[in-house]
Design a protein around this ligand. Structure first.
Ligand code: NAI
Ligand code: MG
Length: 496
């Protein structure tokens, strides 16, 4: 598909209010309401979308339940299920330019990034998970049963789908988060209600079209756009939902846990971070670009952003100046402009939140080396920012900013840095830059985080488990680890 054809397709996709996808049908909200999703580079409305509410979630849960209990999905062979999931990956690649443009216009990220990263990673996730459909296995277990001497048994386990799964995703990687959630749920045979973020509902709705095109039975995947406080909250609390998977803020993660308590549905959470990125005295010069990428990629709107930069005191000035130079050179603009390197933040709310942190850093006495302000007066742009001279008790050091803002501080030795790196309520990611492999691996062991990158950052793969220690979450996404989140284990015993 040419870039212009993709452009025409996106224009026609956003021209009419988008409906929600329930039980294989495209429908308006029960209330008839729609909401606007803005183009963050201008603040103008990009599209109107059906506003899912409690009644729509209820319809979707019913459709998913019927598909799970009575539909062809539950009778399908694992091999056929895998083939369908593989097809989603293929269709994503066939429609790559269109999906990348949709993502860019709804979320704000540069088109080249959406095309090179978000879209192929989403396709690869489905391709990877397709293979797992035929590899979900139980065990045979030799049991002893001491209180039944002489008896013989045959025991085995079955790994079965959890059932009806609610999935609530954020706006920073809208298509990719949909893939991370849907891929493993489908590979293990569940039925899903996906609620995309209200800021970025469009690519998930286009993905639902592709899922229908792939030939999924009705009700296996339902996509209900809407707000968190209404549609999201109903999905998390719904008594007919067996499991909820959530990615987003730690604050809402707690609400999800409370809502799930009603029917004790299973919960997996991928929450915030305040990840340390550590540059040692013997780091290669690439550590400077690496540190900049760790925080500025996706405008800092990454749960795993390297937002606390620790640099050995002997290299501190050089690395901070280097990152500041890169920050100054980054070209901000609308994601669809070919020379744009950083787009706007996703929403006015995020603009207010991030500039609020910049103000609080200034008020509390930190030094802004570069950036520190909103960029322009149209759209939600923030300057890439480097801050030094912050204290550990400052909000900018403790809280997730979720913008292009890094706080740099010097350190002196290995023991000190492990303690500093772990001095956070989060535990999602960490970066280590050094030529000394023993030092790197020794520190990797000490860090309480789900991902550690050595001499690299932001390296993701469908085969690598991802998730958080501490308040960064429960469970892992991707890899074979995620399959545990979506299966129940049944032990079957026969007396012979
Ligand atoms: P959020 O946590 O409110 O939104 C994430 C998703 O949760 C959205 O789909 C939203 O509709 C839904 N949601 C919101 N309230 C809900 C509720 N009561 N019940 C069920 N679902 C609900 O995040 P928000 O407000 O967009 O961003 C605030 C902060 O959260 C960011 O500044 C950032 O620090 C963090 N965040 C972290 C993300 C991550 O990848 N870990 C992604 C997005 C935000
Ligand atoms: Mg919120």
């Amino acid at each position: 598909m040419s870039i212009t054809t993709a452009h025409d397709r996106v224009n026609s996709f956003v021209a009419n209010p988008r409906r929600m996808f329930i039980g294989g049908q495209w429908t308006a909200a029960v209330s008839g309401k729609t909401f606007a999703t803005p183009d963050p580079s201008t603040g103008e409305t990009l599209a109107y979308v059906a506003e899912g509410d409690e009644a729509d979630i209820d319809r979707a849960v019913q459709a998913a339940r019927t598909a799970f209990e009575q539909g062809p999905w539950s009778r399908m062979t694992a091999s056929d299920r895998g083939r369908l999931i593989w097809k989603i990956g293929d269709l994503i690649l066939e429609n790559a330019e269109e999906l990348a443009q949709l993502e860019t216009r709804d979320n704000g990220k540069p088109y080249a990034v959406a095309l090179a990263a978000d879209v192929p990673l989403a396709a690869d996730l489905f391709h990877y998970m397709a293979g797992w459909a035929t590899k979900i296995e139980g065990n045979t277990i030799d049991i002893s049963v001491p209180y039944m001497p002489g008896a013989n048994f045959h025991s085995y386990t079955l790994r079965e789908p959890v059932g009806v799964v609610g999935q609530i995703i954020p706006w920073n990687f809208p298509l990719l988060m949909a893939a991370w959630k849907l891929g493993p749920a489908l590979a293990t045979g569940n039925c899903v209600i996906l609620k995309p973020a209200e800021q970025t509902p469009l690519s998930a709705l286009r993905l639902a079209e592709l899922i229908a095109e792939a030939g999924f039975p009705d009700g296996v995947v339902n996509v209900v756009p809407g707000y968190g406080e209404t549609a999201g909250a109903r999905l998390a609390a719904h008594p007919g939902v067996d499991k909820v998977a959530f990615t987003g803020s730690t604050e809402v993660g707690r609400l999800i846990v409370q809502a799930a308590a009603g029917n004790l549905k299973k919960v997996s959470l991928e929450l915030g971070g305040k990840s340390p990125n550590i540059v040692f005295e013997d780091a290669e010069p690439e550590a400077v670009a690496g540190a900049a990428n760790a925080i500025f990629f996706n405008h800092g709107q990454c749960c795993v952003a390297g937002s606390r930069l620790f640099v050995h005191h002997s290299r501190f000035d050089e690395v901070v100046e280097g990152v500041a130079e890169i920050a100054k050179s980054i070209k901000l603009g609308p994601g669809m402009d070919a020379d744009t390197q950083m787009g706007p933040l996703v929403s006015e709310e995020q603009l207010t939140r991030v500039t609020g942190y910049l103000d609080s850093g200034r008020t509390e006495g930190a030094t802004t080396v570069v950036g520190g302000n909103r960029h322009g007066d149209r759209g939600y742009f923030v300057e890439p920012t480097v801050i030094t001279n912050a204290r550990n008790d400052m909000k900018i050091v403790r809280e997730e900013i979720f913008g292009p803002v890094v706080v740099a501080e010097p350190f002196s030795d290995l023991d000190e840095i492990a303690a500093q790196a772990n001095d956070t309520e989060y535990g999602l990611g960490a970066g280590i830059w050094t030529k000394d492999i023993s030092k790197a691996h020794a520190l990797a062991k000490k860090i309480r985080a789900g991902t550690v990158w050595i001499n690299c950052y932001n390296v993701f793969d469908a085969a690598l488990p991802f998730g958080g220690y501490k308040q960064s979450g429960w469970g892992r996404e991707m890899g074979h680890e995620v399959l545990n989140n979506y299966t129940e284990v049944k032990a079957v015993t026969t007396q012979l």
